[in-house]
Design a protein around this ligand. Structure first.
Ligand SMILES: [Zn+2]
Ligand SMILES: [Zn+2]
Length: 220
């Protein structure tokens, strides 16, 4: 497992599990926010890094509830019983009361009652949440305004340093996901960090989003 500080306030933790899986720790004046919880084998390394940063873990926020984003949640909550937040639209899917679109069976990836609905109007741990549906119905990206870093979850993957569409097999509504990618043009981050892939440096948001849209929509 590898840690890289990608901006003043953001650390990225990466592990390889056929594909890369990334999660982030974000430092604010009061403590740390974990964005996504990856796969179960990341728990130990995450706990170690929280210790190393010598700040309290204050909360966990989720981009969405797929199993590769919530895997170490249980272990981390055993050590740090902090609140967990996800978009309210996502919660019934991750709690297993509804099947994710295009999936046959409902499956609880998170124990019901653990995740509380995000307040979409306010910053949380220095991050502004943005609804970016498509990959999953309640998918949320988090923008660190000060560092101009967008933690994009599975809104994108990346390919040769460029924005690339999320994995089709696991994406509920690809057209909607591609439309949600316009957030990059709206926010003009310096860096987009995704869960499954390398970071994408944004130099010309308008052009990069246009290129992404035309390639992705052509493949629909
Ligand atoms: Zn996903
Ligand atoms: Zn994923």
């Amino acid at each position: 497992m590898k840690w890289v500080q990608i901006s003043e306030h953001v650390w990225k933790c990466s592990i390889w599990m056929i594909i890369p899986v990334n999660v982030w720790l974000v430092r604010s004046d009061t403590g740390l926010t974990l964005v996504d919880a990856g796969i179960p084998s990341m728990a130990k390394g995450l706990l170690r890094q929280i210790d190393r940063l010598q700040m309290p873990l204050e909360r966990i926020v989720l981009t969405h509830g797929h199993s590769d984003h919530v895997g170490s949640l249980k272990r981390i909550l055993e050590t740090y019983p902090v609140p967990v937040y996800a978009h309210e639209t996502e919660i019934p899917y991750m709690e297993g009361s509804m099947p994710y679109p295009r999936r046959k069976k409902a499956e609880a990836t998170v124990q019901p009652g653990i995740a509380a609905p995000l307040d979409m109007q306010n910053r949380i741990g220095g991050l502004m949440p943005y609804a970016t549906p498509g990959h999953s119905p309640g998918h949320t990206a988090y923008f660190h305004e000060q560092d101009r870093v967008l933690l994009a979850g599975d809104l994108f993957t990346s390919k040769r340093g460029q924005l690339n569409r999320p994995m089709p097999m696991f994406t509920a509504d690809m057209k909607q996901a591609v439309e949600s990618g316009a957030i990059v043009e709206q926010l003009a981050p310096k860096l987009v960090s995704v869960c499954h892939g390398g970071d994408v440096v944004i130099t010309d948001p308008k052009q990069q989003v246009a290129a992404y849209r035309s390639i992705s929509l052509a493949r629909l």
